[in-house]
Design a protein around this ligand. Structure first.
Ligand code: SF4
Length: 319
């Protein structure tokens, strides 16, 4: 497989009146073509900012973002315009990203016209119809307005609009978090079907490990601007080594009733500290159930325990 996206030592700091918010603090990962990487962590861990930096909606403070072999962080606005088309985003709340005064048909046709992807209104109408059917909607939905549709249908419109741009990478930013559980599964299945049909690559951002389990090939767990652990799906769920991953996983219900009875919840004390003033040493140490003195002053690096399974924890071998 070829790397479609390579993020190296990405840093995004925001200056605020009280100091520096270290939203993303040295994140590295790569994404192969056709792969799905789940990026998971609690609110404020930097996962959405990471996605926004990749999309160039935020300019990185430092680090490198290679997309299809091109360094994005040094491109100017006109060069970025062409690249952006290949990277689309699906948001948690499609309602806020869909123009309420436009019909669904107009919403999907707009990028086709603006980017000159399909010329002529008849050809665009046909493409809109095709895109609607690919996302499980009917031609008649083209005449509806976003407020006339359910949350799941609106998310399908958001997906159709993203697909209209013929992207190679889609950043799915909590795309099912606002939906009922039954609808969540339908949208995830749809994303999987579209991935195999169009060879799409996904960065799937979510706040819990349950949501990304089905769709991810690999999972990266973020905590306070850094990757705590990263591995293929099976390894993360069967053999997590970072105490934070273990705590997140302990909150995920197990389908097997017998195992579910035995599931032990690891409840972390305290709140996620502010990225304005992150803890010294391992940023997780104030909440870590197994922290030792070393953790308070020495920053653990993300290192491979086995090939492809990295954890940023001094005690990962024995944790
Ligand atoms: Fe816990 Fe220390 Fe490992 Fe951090 S480095 S996760 S504080 S044991």
């Amino acid at each position: 497989m070829t790397a479609l996206l390579e993020v190296k030592n990405l840093v995004k700091h925001f200056e605020v009146s009280r100091g520096l918010v270290r939203a993303v603090d040295g994140v590295s990962f790569s994404l192969e073509k056709g792969e799905t990487l789940g990026l998971v962590g609690e609110s404020g861990c930097g996962k959405t900012t990471t996605g926004r930096c990749i999309l160039q909606l935020e300019r990185a403070t430092s680090g490198s973002i290679l997309f299809e072999g091109r360094e994005l962080t040094t491109l100017d606005q006109s060069e970025l315009r062409a690249v952006r088309r290949k990277m689309q985003v699906i948001f948690q709340d499609p309602y806020s990203s869909l123009n309420p005064r436009m019909t669904v048909g107009q919403i999907i046709a707009e990028p086709l016209a603006v980017h000159g992807i399909v010329r002529g209104s008849a050809a665009r109408a046909a493409r809109v119809k095709d895109l609607l059917s690919r996302v499980g909607l009917l031609p008649a939905h083209a005449r509806r307005y976003p407020h006339e549709m359910s949350g799941g249908q609106r998310q399908r419109v958001g997906i159709a609009r993203a697909l209209a741009m013929e992207p190679s990478l889609i950043i799915c930013d909590e795309p099912v978090s606002a939906l009922d559980v039954s609808i969540q599964a339908q949208i995830i299945n749809l994303l999987e079907d579209l991935q195999s049909e169009f060879g799409l690559t996904y960065l799937f951002i979510a706040h819990d490990l349950a949501v990304v389990r089905h769709i991810s090939d690999r999972v990266a767990v973020m905590y306070l601007g850094k990757i705590a652990e990263m591995a293929d799906r099976k390894t993360i769920y069967d053999n997590p080594r970072h105490p934070y991953t273990k705590a997140l996983l302990s909150a995920v219900p197990i389908p097997d009733p017998e195992l579910e009875m035995k599931r032990e919840r690891i409840v972390l004390g305290g709140e996620v500290p502010s990225p304005l003033n992150p803890p010294s040493g391992c940023v997780f140490h104030p909440r870590c159930p197994i922290a030792v003195e070393r953790c308070t002053h020495e920053i653990p690096v993300l290192r491979d325990l086995t090939p492809g399974h990295g954890a940023a924890c001094h005690l990962a071998e024995i944790a």
